[in-house]
Design a protein around this ligand. Structure first.
Ligand SMILES: Cc1ncc(C[n+]2csc(CCOP(=O)(O)OP(=O)(O)O)c2C)c(N)n1
Length: 641
């Protein structure tokens, strides 16, 4: 594996230390050995996470680098008393997966050289830990705030053992952790938390954007035994950890530190959350004594891109998730600052740079509220802003599509309160999602969860950047609940047939609920939307050249039936739904009903996301069976050709 690259860090140097948590101080030798282990662990984390930067698949270095001291101390505690612990270092911040991969390598479950495939497609080393996928990985994690609750139950099932969890100041912002704290205290569970309080999340420093947030006081308020420690002072950290392990009942160490301490160019910086650059990694590792030859493998790791050339669309691409923010700006530009502030509130969930809100923060700071990793609270705040306004006031909310699943109940209550809220869920589907399965955005239709007589809820998934602008402009001031989806990946522009003009460019007007005939055909129709539209168009063009007159319908409003359009394609020989969200809950699971209710009985087939991810970027779509050839063969299958 790893193209034959050799992992530069010799993991055998790691000492099998045993430390008894009854002793709250370290001897000079123990301290020396611990510091040695921490250095080896951190070298390894830096060495292999930087391959994510080299191959262009991103990743996370600062978090797993930070928690190395806690992990090394815990390993020594567990070594000394294996029966005293449940055998896993649960981590509520799943992006710190590098820790788990390194532990698996140290356990002999994966070859250390394989670590150099971090986040590569099909490497089984995706962006978050997935139980059952990677040998040696002991749990799944990746949605913040989802681990502690389970750790409580694991503790209930293992009363005579400690259950340890690595925590983070990002994850602790989630409401779930407050519920988990109450359960842990009420049941006096032996859960032990080690919370990396590095004051960095994705979008900024919690001390700046979330005034009043104080993890130690919060957990003390719940009734946990809390000890504060200086994370980069091993005596302070060790003493606090020993005390907490020894304490009977739930307890936490709040590990205060600057993120990426000691890494030149990263220490205390927000981007330390992300993957380290090869340059910074090289500098760090060279200083630590690794030779040029040992680090030469970085030069051989290259990014790959999708070799397929899609027909019917432009070669240039637009990032719909960013275009959303620019489109909102174009609406705000028409208002005075005072009116914008009074009528619009845009709330972030620590992902402004990823979901397009950054552009709004920059150009219209008067409407922007930075907020924490608290999707439910933020969504409800956006909904409440529009409460009673009938669209005159707009709350704008945004996060990744995966986390829509967290907000379903809040959406219901917002609907029952006739709230007006415009939501943008980016990172939809599976395309270019190296973060893998827990980050897939699959269940958009869950947002349309009202009754048939309820105020209408609209789900929009524009196919390209021009259509995104048109959608935002059209629906911004409407009342009710509107959900707009975009992908992590950029998408090309759909072109007018046989020209290089953009189909949704000048002169195009978006009409909510209207389905659009991109190609008329007599053999049957593909119905698609979002990022699958250009892929479907490519298949349609190929099939038409082969003599099969397939048509293509774009359905940018996912959950409203266009009666004229459905009659046209429903009367054709076949309908194939092509989408990148879950086949189980997507459009394909509904359109068949819509057809039958109208006594339309074409041959029918659906294709969408059907399995867990393979890691990597463009490879994800193909791995789901949604590649160009797959669409062509599905058409031939349903057409009986
Ligand atoms: C429920 C949920 N919301 C949002 C995210 C996206 N996300 C990943 S990491 C992160 C913030 C990370 O902060 P922290 O946990 O403190 O990690 P550190 O920056 O210290 O590595 C966010 C918002 C997520 N993974 N899960």
């Amino acid at each position: 594996m790893a193209g034959g690259h050799k992992f530069p860090v010799d993991l055998k140097q790691f000492k099998q230390l045993k430390l008894d948590s009854k002793n709250t101080t370290l001897t000079a030798d123990q301290k020396k050995d611990l510091l040695h282990n921490i250095n080896v662990f951190r070298d390894a984390i830096i060495a292999f996470t930087a391959t994510g930067a080299a191959r262009g698949v991103s990743g996370h270095t600062g978090g797993p680098f930070d928690t190395a001291p806690e992990v090394c101390v815990l390993l020594a505690f567990i070594n000394a008393n294996p029966d005293g612990f449940v055998d896993a270092m649960f981590d509520e911040a799943g992006h710190r997966v590098a820790t788990q991969y390194l532990l698996a390598a140290m356990d002999g479950k994966i070859d250390p050289d394989d670590l150099l495939n971090y986040r590569d497609a099909n490497s089984k080393l995706p962006g978050h830990p997935e139980l059952g996928l990677t040998p040696g990985v002991k749990f799944s994690s990746g949605r913040l705030g989802h681990m502690w609750g389970m750790v409580n139950g694991i503790s209930m099932a293992n009363k005579d053992k400690n259950v340890v969890m690595l925590g983070s100041d990002g994850s602790q912002q989630e409401g779930n952790d407050a519920e988990a704290a109450r359960i842990a205290v009420a049941r006096n569970l032996n859960v032990k938390l080690f919370i990396d309080n590095n004051d960095v999340t994705i979008a900024g420093h919690p001390s700046q954007y979330l005034k009043g947030y104080d993890i130690a006081r919060t957990l003390e308020g719940h009734g946990l035994h809390v000890v504060r420690a200086e994370g980069e002072n091993i005596d302070s950290l060790y003493g606090a950890m020993a005390e907490v392990i020894h304490h009977k009942g739930p307890a936490a160490v709040i590990v205060n530190r600057k993120m990426a301490a000691g890494i030149e160019g990263l220490e205390g910086e927000i981007h330390a959350h992300d993957v380290i650059t090869v340059d910074i990694a090289r500098k760090y590792l060279t200083k630590r004594g690794y030779s040029k030859e040992q680090l030469a493998f970085y030069d051989e790791i290259k990014s790959r891109s999708n070799p397929h050339k899609y027909q019917g669309c432009s070669t240039d691409k637009g990032a719909n998730r960013s275009i959303f923010g620019e489109a909102v700006n174009s609406v705000l530009d028409k208002l005075s600052e005072e009116e914008a502030k009074r009528r619009v509130m845009v709330i972030d969930s620590d992902l402004a740079g990823s979901t397009g809100l950054k552009a709004i923060q920059t150009k219209h700071p008067e409407v922007f509220i930075p907020s924490g990793v608290m999707e439910r609270g933020n969504f409800s705040a956006a909904a409440g802003f529009g409460f009673g306004s009938n669209g005159k006031r707009q709350g704008v909310f945004s996060t990744f599509s995966a986390f829509l699943e967290m907000c379903i109940s809040e959406i219901t209550m917002a609907r029952l309160n006739n709230c007006t809220v415009l939501s943008h869920f980016s990172h939809s589907g599976v395309d270019e999602m190296a973060d893998n399965t827990c980050h897939f955005g699959l269940n958009h239709f869950f947002a349309d969860n009202g009754l048939m007589d309820a105020e209408s809820t609209s789900l929009y998934f524009p196919a390209d950047g021009e259509q995104m602008k048109a959608v935002v402009n059209k629906v911004f001031w409407e009342s009710g609940m509107r959900f707009i989806f975009s992908t992590r990946s950029k998408v090309p522009y759909i072109l007018k047939e046989g020209t290089d003009q953009k189909l949704f460019g000048e002169g195009y007007e978006f009409v909510p609920g209207k389905e659009e005939f991109v190609r008329k055909g007599s053999a049957g129709y593909i119905v698609s939307y979002g990022d699958m539209l250009y892929r479907s168009l490519d298949a349609v063009e190929t099939l038409r050249k082969e003599g099969l007159d397939v048509g293509l319908v774009n359905k940018p409003t996912l959950n409203i039936v266009d009666e004229d359009a459905i009659r046209t394609y429903g009367s054709s020989p076949f309908v194939l739904v092509v989408e990148s969200i879950a086949q189980k809950t997507g459009l394909g699971s509904r359109l068949g009903t819509h057809l039958l209710e109208r006594k339309l009985t074409p041959k029918y087939k659906t294709m969408g996301a059907v399995k867990e991810g393979c890691g990597g970027l463009f490879e994800q779509i193909n791995a789901q069976g949604l590649g160009p050839e797959d669409i062509i063969s599905a058409v031939k299958d349903v057409a009986g050709k």
